[in-house]
Design a protein around this ligand. Structure first.
Ligand code: HEC
Length: 464
């Protein structure tokens, strides 16, 4: 059950480690690959149809930036997602592989097509750009690339949506008692949040990519030594702003649709997810963040559309920054509201399945922690290794969300608490205003050991 090596990330913790990689990946995959492919294909088609060769040639320069970022940072953080997920939640990844094996397999094949098409589009562009037939051929490659990029999003979104809503019409995708024997693969794929989240992600990714492209057009168009580029800049910015005029309002509507289908208990977690527990009742501040981000996008889009020639750089970059804030929040909220689960109603964030809790309470979690040495999991008769055993329980159950003394550190959270108070808190873990924590699982001895370990964090000079 806990038969995987344990990696402890000091200070920043496991969640932050994953979050940094995930947020960068979302920026690049949504803005660069999926949204970027659609926006650049549209831009190339538009420029060609208008016979605007200067804009067409400049599209290649923007494509070059997107190409470099997608194939380097995008690919690196994509692999990073796998490594991080495997380190953090091997059990959850195992559960997902059982359900999504062939879908993931398909995604990999499609991803290969995506990368090859991007390479072909990019590398044959120069050869093709000077004739009408050449440009048409090139544009077709752009369209195929955009379709392949979007298809990868279709599959990954299904998995993400499934983690939040694994049930369909009240039917569980799997009967947890007999897992993995009785999986309904179609329920898993067509889970209720898939459609809305895919629609929302598609259009907001296109809007984000258009903003990024506006910023690059601004930079290239302003600093290029070629007067044709300076000239094409406002025309391209206006076209990209037109894309935003359509996709930004559409994203807002689709965002509401998405919100309306997520489980009520998850929805109730949104204020905490956005503001942290300390500020969860500060609704004013929450709405200010939402309105400010939306306002910046709206205002800069209007400037780009009506004043593409004189758009100040600050507007072009503020537009992108607003999207970065938005995506950062979107990912944080989506991850947080699933708590205490990693797959809703099926597996807790720390990899323990609710159905296994009665059994683990009887035999203990450390009994199954095969990567922990015996003297750190079997309590000695004189109890001299109590704190070590407690640390092992922490590694299994709590390290996914807590550090010792860094982000969400147990040391500062329990400052001034007596060992009895900590012990009493463990009895009542999800309660007391922290619905995002899973319950304590394990034997009474393990609970004592964990309490002793947490208490030791605030005792200076004591060796562990
Ligand atoms: C799914 C993530 C998650 C897991 C797993 C988790 N916690 Fe927490 N815990 C939190 C969050 C979030 C907070 C709130 C922190 C804050 O108030 O800023 C918290 C708060 C706490 C607090 C302070 C509670 C209070 O009343 O102020 C204690 C103590 C604590 N956790 C102990 C534990 C222990 C022990 C474990 C392992 C058995 C554990 N947690 C597992 C997310 C988690």
């Amino acid at each position: 059950m806990f038969d995987y090596p344990i990696f402890e990330m000091p200070v920043i913790g496991q969640r932050m480690l994953m979050a940094i990689n995930a947020v960068i990946h979302v920026f690049v995959s949504h803005g660069g690959a999926v949204g970027g492919s659609v926006v650049l294909a549209l831009l190339a088609i538009w420029a060609h149809k208008r016979g605007d060769l200067a804009a067409y040639k400049m599209t290649f320069k923007i494509l070059m930036v997107f190409f470099i970022v997608s194939t380097s940072i995008g690919a690196l953080t994509g692999i990073g997602m796998w490594i991080h997920a495997n380190i953090l939640s091997p059990n959850a990844i195992g559960g997902l592989i059982r359900v999504f094996f062939w879908k993931w397999f398909t995604e990999w094949i499609v991803f290969n097509f995506e990368v090859v098409l991007l390479l072909m589009w990019f590398m044959t562009w120069k050869k093709n750009e000077n004739t009408v037939e050449g440009r048409e051929k090139s544009n077709r490659l752009g369209v195929y690339y955009a379709i392949a990029s979007w298809l990868t999003m279709v599959i990954i979104t299904a998995i993400l949506a499934f983690m939040l809503t694994p049930n369909f019409d009240g039917q569980p995708w799997v009967d947890p008692e007999v897992f993995p024997g009785n999986v309904d693969y179609n329920n898993a794929l067509f889970n209720p949040t898939w459609g809305p989240s895919l629609a929302f992600r598609t259009f907001s990714a296109i809007a984000f990519a258009a903003a990024l492209a506006i910023m690059w057009t601004w930079i290239i168009g302003t600093f290029s030594k070629n007067p044709e580029d300076n000239d094409a800049k406002p025309r391209i910015i206006k076209f990209l702003a037109t894309i935003m005029m359509v996709t930004v309002p559409l994203s807002i509507v689709l965002g509401y649709w998405y919100l309306s289908v997520i489980p009520e208990s998850a929805k109730a977690m949104i204020p905490t997810a956005m503001m942290t527990r300390e500020f969860e009742d500060k609704f004013d501040a929450m709405y200010t963040i939402i309105m400010a981000t939306g306002g910046v996008v709206l205002l800069t889009t209007i400037i780009a559309y009506f004043k593409p020639k004189n758009m100040p750089y600050i507007a072009a970059s503020a537009m992108v920054i607003a999207f970065l804030v938005f995506w950062g929040y979107e990912e944080r909220v989506r991850e947080f509201i699933r708590k205490p689960y990693i797959i809703y109603n099926y597996i807790y964030s720390n990899g323990i399945r609710p159905t296994d809790v009665p059994y683990l309470n009887k035999v203990g979690v450390l009994n199954h922690a095969i990567f922990i040495e015996d003297d750190k999991k079997i309590l000695k008769e004189d109890k001299s290794n109590l704190i070590d055993v407690g640390h092992s329980v922490f590694l299994i159950e709590c390290r996914i969300c807590h550090t010792e003394n860094g982000i969400n550190g147990l040391k500062s959270l329990t400052k001034g608490w007596s060992q009895e108070a900590i012990r009493a808190r463990l009895n009542n873990l999800p309660g007391g205003g922290t619905p995002y924590m899973p319950p304590f699982v394990g034997t009474d001895t393990e609970k004592d050991a964990l309490a002793a370990y947490i208490h030791s964090l605030n005792k200076k000079g004591e060796l562990r």
